[in-house]
Design a protein around this ligand. Structure first.
Ligand code: FES
Length: 153
């Protein structure tokens, strides 16, 4: 199973990020303006803890003396040597063709959808007796990451 439930969506407020261990991978999940973006917490340069770096935006200049600060919070700067990576695509800003960090799609699913992700227990068969069941609804939303699916950037 490559899908993993991380936490309730409300636990990661706008502007915050948190690092999760997902099947032995350290992955940082960011709430950027209500959108959830995820990258591997390992810098492709020398393996630095990328998600300990600051979040910044893109600084764009078309001529000397002018600049535009764009896409606030969508770029992460590695704390070791300051290489910067785009949270949406994992690409670096200095060498986008060759340097990138893995990034992942984060889904926001309802509690009922999350319950459907639970695998059946192997070897269990239905018995002859039935207990009384009561319908229960789970009304929260959850962050779910699929480490087996790499989105195109
Ligand atoms: S280890 Fe990240 S920039 Fe060097």
């Amino acid at each position: 199973m490559t899908k993993h439930v991380l936490c309730a969506a409300r636990e990661l407020a706008v502007g915050e990020h948190r690092v999760f261990d997902v099947d032995g991978r350290s992955i940082g999940v960011y709430n950027v303006g209500g959108e959830f973006l995820a990258i591997r917490n390992r810098c492709p340069h020398q393996g630095g803890p990328l998600c300990e770096g600051v979040q910044v935006g893109a600084l764009i200049s078309e001529e000397p003396g002018t600049y535009i600060y764009d896409r606030p919070g969508e770029v992460v700067r590695c704390p070791w040597h300051a290489w910067e990576f785009d949270l949406r695509t994992g690409t670096s800003w200095f060498d986008p063709e060759h340097q990138r960090v893995k990034f992942y799609e984060v889904q926001v699913l309802t509690g009922e959808d999350v319950a459907g992700l639970m695998p059946p227990r192997p070897g269990m068969l239905p018995g002859p007796y039935r207990a009384e069941i009561v319908p229960v609804s789970v009304e929260d939303a959850y962050l779910v990451i699929d480490v087996g699916h790499i989105p195109k950037g």
